[in-house]
Design a protein around this ligand. Structure first.
Ligand code: DX5
Ligand code: ZN
Length: 228
């Protein structure tokens, strides 16, 4: 499995009025994956967008569409996200009563399955689903908003999860407060996919998208240096 550092800009920090252009811009500027934060105003205190919007922008990039579902209930919505063209679908362990069933359903739809844990949720939640998942998403903020401060206790959790994974083909993704300053901490602890919203989009627009490129490079270089 490819354990190289992958940067996944979260379009939560993009200009929603120009979403397709923003996705094409981050693709051109070196994003590895496109991270899509779906919020329902129930599991998390914010509302973003759903499967129809993702389907409408799917054509803006050929890169991996990495869908982070912060919704509850989740099962009845999965097919819509698979049909919209998501490659990875990640559900929160805290948001679905039958986690094993949700994960089986995602794979049965032909997608890669991820489990996300909030900062306070222990890694033991993963123990009996390890063979059903392609990714663990560790939240380094409480989900709901971009631009929050990185919660450092998750670095230790990342190390534990890395040990639990062993030689299985499972990515570790980190989401929340990722910057060139925090990326090295989680990269050294075993993470390979780094989500970043504000740290990628800050200072740029579609017109000045080279800024996105510089921001992506700064995070990648800091993370890679921590691994070397
Ligand atoms: C938070 C979302 C994150 C968020 C990250 O609930 O899951 O993906 O957009 O934003 P930053 O990088 O600004 O912390
Ligand atoms: Zn996210």
């Amino acid at each position: 499995m490819d354990r190289s550092i992958k940067i996944a800009p979260s379009i939560l920090s993009a200009n929603f009025g120009r979403l397709a252009e923003e996705i094409t811009a981050i693709d051109a500027q070196g994003a590895d994956w496109i991270h899509l934060d779906v919020m329902d105003g129930h599991f998390v205190p914010n509302i973003t967008f759903g499967a129809p919007v993702i389907g409408a922008v799917r054509g803006a990039s050929k890169k991996v569409f990495d869908c982070h579902l912060m919704i509850s209930p989740v099962d009845s919505f999965l097919q819509g996200f698979a049909d919209a063209g998501c490659d990875f679908i990640t559900v929160h362990a805290e948001a679905t009563t039958h986690l094993d069933r949700s994960l089986q359903a995602i794979r049965a739809m032909g997608c890669k399955a991820g489990v996300s844990l909030n900062p306070a949720t222990p890694p033991a939640e993963l123990e009996y689903v390890m063979d059903r998942i392609d990714m663990v998403l560790l939240m380094t903020v409480n989900p709901g908003f971009g631009g929050q401060a990185f919660i450092p206790s998750v670095v230790e959790k990342t190390r534990k999860v890395r040990e639990m994974i062993g030689d299985r083909d499972i990515h570790i993704e980190i989401d929340g407060g990722v910057t060139p300053e925090t990326a090295p901490l989680v990269a050294a602890a075993g993470a390979d996919v780094l989500v970043a919203g504000s740290a990628v989009f800050k200072g740029g627009t579609v017109e000045t998208q080279e800024v996105y490129g510089q921001n992506i490079r700064a995070i990648r270089e800091a993370a890679e240096a921590a691994r070397a």
